[in-house]
Design a protein around this ligand. Structure first.
Ligand code: NAD
Length: 291
């Protein structure tokens, strides 16, 4: 019989990650506040049950992965009355893959340790595509021993497992990269808009950038200008992908460090861009708006 693993938070990322655990032969105990989502993921797995609280997950399994939107959800799922900490097996392993404040990750790990459990922060990069393909990069903060134990589970969901240091350092790595991603996306959107306005074919322009020094992930893998690439949010009216609200949230994590790009993302994730992919900043900068 495979490992028994609990999974809490089965959204755009967590759903694919849990399915990959199921495919690797794990027996799963699933929970999401949205029961329909949990039931639909369970129906894709050979051996999965759905429960109604986080405490029911931890009372059944000693290894739990959480993949939740932001600080307040993670804090609640761990600390609430029917939360993870309220009903744990001895020596449980708690893996939080959400992107949150490094200080919260440290606090939760200390609280887990007091209760005899080990916890790591293991935020990811690679996006929804990486979650689906099982090729995520996990940036792990925690002890050597916890990293070793967690690797047996993480290897089913990702291909790069990086031990960054003590608790919280996984989040530090994640938010530094994220800040650079936001800058790269906003910069790419500015450049593509300028080229288009000055009469350049966006596809030709992207081809030039992608073989020149301006090349970055936002230009060659996730181009924000419609018509340049297939299979990315800009080719489907910015549906799916990495929500503008999540990007704005991530930029708030290092507080003022991300200053300007955070303000820009925050103001644009209100109104018509709410719920769209973050590359839709292209349409805001162009002044065209969404169609
Ligand atoms: P999402 O909003 O699609 O999914 C979150 C899930 O958590 C939802 O299904 C929601 O119902 C559930 N949830 C919320 N509160 C809950 C609670 N109290 N108890 C149980 N379930 C609860 O978000 P996502 O895109 O899957 O992102 C999850 C995390 O991963 C975020 O921290 C995000 O920053 C990070 N991340 C996302 C991406 C991406 O491309 N989407 C990439 C890297 C990292």
């Amino acid at each position: 019989q495979g490992q028994r693993v609990g999974f809490i938070g089965l959204g755009n990322m967590g759903g694919h990650m849990a399915r990959n655990l199921g495919r690797a032969g794990c027996s799963l105990v699933l929970h999401d506040v949205n029961a329909d989502i949990a039931n639909s993921i369970a129906s894709d797995c050979a051996d999965a049950t759905v429960v109604h609280t986080a405490a029911e997950v931890t009372s059944q399994v000693d290894t739990v992965v959480t993949m939740l939107p932001a600080n307040q959800h993670v804090s609640g799922v761990y600390r609430d009355e029917a939360g993870i900490f309220s009903a744990m097996q001895p020596n449980s392993l708690l893996i939080d893959a959400s992107t949150i404040d490094p200080l919260l990750s440290k606090d939760l790990a200390a609280e887990a340790a007091k209760r005899g459990a080990v916890m790591i922060d293991a935020p990811v990069s690679g996006g929804v595509g990486g979650a689906e393909a099982g090729t995520l990069t996990f940036m792990v903060g925690g002890t050597d021993e916890a990293f070793g134990r967690a690797s047996d589970v993480l290897k089913h969901m990702g291909k790069n497992l990086v031990h960054c240091g003590s608790n919280g350092t996984g989040q530090v790595a994640k938010i530094c990269n994220n800040m650079l991603l936001a800058i790269g996306m906003i910069g790419t959107a500015e450049a593509m808009n300028m080229g288009k306005r000055l009469g350049m074919d966006p596809k030709v322009l992207a081809g030039i950038i992608n073989t020149s020094t301006g090349r970055c992930w936002s230009s060659d893998t996730y181009n924000p200008c419609p018509g340049v690439m297939d299979g990315v949010p800009s080719s489907r009216n910015y549906e799916g992908g990495f929500g503008t609200a999540l990007m704005a949230k991530n930029l708030g994590l290092p507080m003022d460090a991300a200053g300007e790009s955070k303000d820009e993302m925050e103001s644009f994730c209100e109104g018509e861009y709410a719920g769209r992919d973050f590359s839709s900043v292209f349409k805001m900068l162009s002044g065209e708006g969404l169609s």
